[in-house]
Design a binder for this molecule. Structure first.
Ligand code: NAD
Ligand code: AHE
Ligand code: ZN
Length: 370
């Protein structure tokens, strides 16, 4: 069948809207009609050409929500008409990682996903006979997409697509990093580097679990207002305190260092600051930001010898099929705020404006509505 999609033909070029071919679902797969998709900084990262797994041409997008329109042979966990959120971190419940209960990083289809292909090693997208790659197993910048059933979370049907699509990445990544990865305790001091679509969700997660000080760090002072609304208690502008004095400013504010810090930028220099502003003996820094391939992090090993912990978090440590429906419930019950973070909506034709707004620092989340 045919579908409308925004295609990334090559790195650093605007997406173009095309009518492309999409093959139907094979065994264990489903065809999903996307109703909405957010634009995450990771889409921009891959489009920039800095992603070692970035393949072109591709249909990008990994923050969607939609309806199952067709199921392939053997599909048992969802049916036609179900509302779903595509998962770039699937949950097969059978691989070593899923069974370990120690990680959300399911390995069932990771190898082919990283190559822009479905689990059988083929692409289902093509245009004028030429192959187009999938992206992060989701390709939500296409109106219709094909996914393995282990890569969709079935969600309640009264939840609005144009809001819950954000749970497909940003909301879950930020809140999950607090709740599932770091397990921030009530009364903890928390520092958040980067007050964008991810960092603001870390902030609301920290407030939700009862953190004491929630310190935000961003070069763009315009981000402070929204951050305060979501629970930020103190703001550090690196240009105001001096870029080499950010660590000291946080140590002073917290009376010795943060219990937890979260890097939500994707910059190896701020990753170092995020570690070094943590409290001696126990402070834990969580890397969420995705840094350009080829870059490396550095610190004095003494920082770790003296008890600071350096960790990372993908998709907030959430197990997609298990945890995503619960996060949708949190939203529907008013426990988390998504609406105010979606600052812009647009039709697919205007998707490049969403990228422009992100680069200009004018949006938190842009959502494309099909
Ligand atoms: P965003 O563009 O919305 O926000 C980034 C923020 O960082 C902006 O407010 C910007 O002003 C600020 N910033 C940039 N450079 C800075 C610096 N040197 N010092 C202080 N602030 C600075 O991006 P986002 O969608 O929130 O994504 C943030 C990062 O998280 C990206 O690297 C993205 O790829 C990554 N990410 C990771 C995961 C994961 O599972 N680990 C999931 C989603 C996104
Ligand atoms: N392909 C990139 C890695 C990008 C990356 O780290 N992705 C995160 C999700 S970002 C969502 O916005 C992730 O889940 N990582 C775990 C995984 O298995 O990919 C690169 O740099 O090579
Ligand atoms: Zn993302």
């Amino acid at each position: 069948m045919k579908t409308r999609a925004a295609v990334a033909w090559e790195a650093n070029k605007p997406l173009t809207i095309e009518t492309i071919e999409i093959g139907g679902p094979k065994a264990g797969e489903v065809l999903v009609e996307n109703k909405a998709t957010g634009i995450c900084h990771t889409d921009a990262y891959t489009l920039s050409g800095l992603d070692s797994e970035g393949k072109f041409p591709a249909v990008l997008g990994h923050e969607g929500a939609g309806i199952v329109r067709e199921v392939g042979p053997g599909v048992t966990s969802v049916k036609v008409g179900d509302h779903v959120i595509p998962l770039y971190t699937p949950e097969c419940r059978q691989c070593k990682s899923c069974l370990s209960q120690r990680t959300n990083l399911c390995t069932a289809i990771r190898a082919t996903q990283g190559q822009g292909l479905m689990p059988d090693g083929t692409s289902r997208f093509s245009c004028d006979g030429g192959e187009i790659f999938h992206y992060m197993g989701c390709s939500t910048f296409s109106n219709f997409t094909v996914l393995p059933e282990i890569a969709v979370a079935k969600v309640r049907e009264d939840a609005p697509f144009d809001k819950i699509c954000y749970i497909g990445c940003g909301v879950t990544t930020g809140i999950g990093a607090v709740v599932y990865t770091a397990k921030v305790w009530p009364g903890a001091n928390v520092v958040v580097f980067g007050l964008g679509g991810i960092g603001l969700n870390v902030i609301q997660g920290a407030r939700m679990v009862g953190a004491d000080k929630i310190i935000g760090v961003d070069l763009n002072p315009a981000k402070a207002e929204m951050a305060k609304k979501f629970g930020m208690t103190d703001f550090v502008n690196p240009d105001a305190v001096g870029r080499d004095k950010v660590v000291q400013a946080i140590v002073d504010l917290t009376g010795g260092g943060a219990d937890f810090s979260f890097e939500c930028i994707g910059n190896v220099h701020t990753m170092r600051q995020a570690l070094e502003c943590c409290h001696r003996g126990w402070g834990t820094s969580i890397i969420i930001g995705v840094a350009p391939s080829g870059t490396e992090i550095a610190t004095r090993p003494f920082q770790l010898v003296t008890g600071r912990n350096w960790r990372g978090s993908a998709f907030g440590g959430a197990r997609g099929r298990t945890d995503v429906p619960k996060i949708v419930d949190w939203y529907m019950e008013g426990k988390i705020n998504i609406d105010d973070l979606i600052t812009h909506t647009m039709p697919l034709e205007d998707i490049n404006q969403g990228f422009d707004l992100m680069h200009e620092g004018k949006s938190i989340r842009s959502v494309v509505i099909y």
